[in-house]
Design a protein around this ligand. Sequence first.
Ligand code: PEP
Ligand code: MN
Length: 337
Amino acid sequence: MIVQLKLNTSEEKVQELIKRIKDKGLDTTYVVGDNHSILGVLGDTSRINIDELEAQEYVEKVIRIQEPYKKANRAFHPEDTIIDVNGIKIGGGNIVVMAGPCSVESREQIISVAKDVKKAGAQILRGGAYKPRTSPYAFQGLELEGLELLKEARKETGMPIVTEIMSSDLVDRFVEDVDIIQVGARNMQNFDLLKKLGKIDKPILLKRGMSATIEELLMSAEYIMAGGNHKVILCERGIRTFETYTRNTLDISAIPVLKKLTHLPIIVDPSHATGKYWLVDPLSKASLAAGADGLIIEVHNDPACALCDGPQSLKPKKFDKLMDELRILSKALNVRL
Ligand code: PEP
Ligand code: MN
């Protein structure tokens, strides 16, 4: 970190600042130039409050050299993190496909879709029990009943389940019942929830907020990791842009950028990224080609009657064909699906 000091800052102020920084266990180098004086700060600068520094009347500006996320940073953990979910490996060249309906609607629906996606080769079953809907009048999910039905589908198929948590009051229940806890885009910066998820030992699927930068996504992962839970899977699910043709804009470049910045696995949700079922196929392929560690895809037995996200849901037959093609692509990419 570099602190640029204002012209004519007194030596007394400089020494006072150096002492404050050293008291936090960091080193400093002071360079006096003709026009500017700068103070280099060396060490773990996450302990420094930049706003407080910038608020000092003698500080011109503060420039960060290192990223503010440490535990998620590849610089300090060069190898890919591989997360094991009941023997299924996520990350490190293993491709995982999570599939299932947007929402759990009934026993018949979730069990039939679970069987179909398993047959097609998906490893993990998705299904929302608690749904974050824009309208309070829209279907809100079957809640606890939905969770029970997901558990039945897991028993029936042997597939681990991933489902979204919306309230920190339900953390204990989710730890007990599910294999991967999803934090949806709308809760990416629910810091109270993230802190609670940091205290548990369960994989977290952290979706990128709709207007979140890559750094903000990584800082949310850092919240979970700072608590001690390092099992974080990132999910790019499209971001808000000026384009309205698609539901969101899939940020394909976020995949290689995240691969460079972090060791955490990255999966892509082409369903919520586009809002259109016919875009799921090309964007799934593009995501794997760009280096994603997996996909989360919405599949519904009867999209026309789905209670949520029908237009972006694949029918089982289309999903099956896509999986065949993804297996061929994986060979060319030298990754395991
Ligand atoms: C979902 O996965 O069902 C969902 C609501 O996703 P997102 O949080 O990305 O909108
Ligand atoms: Mn959905």
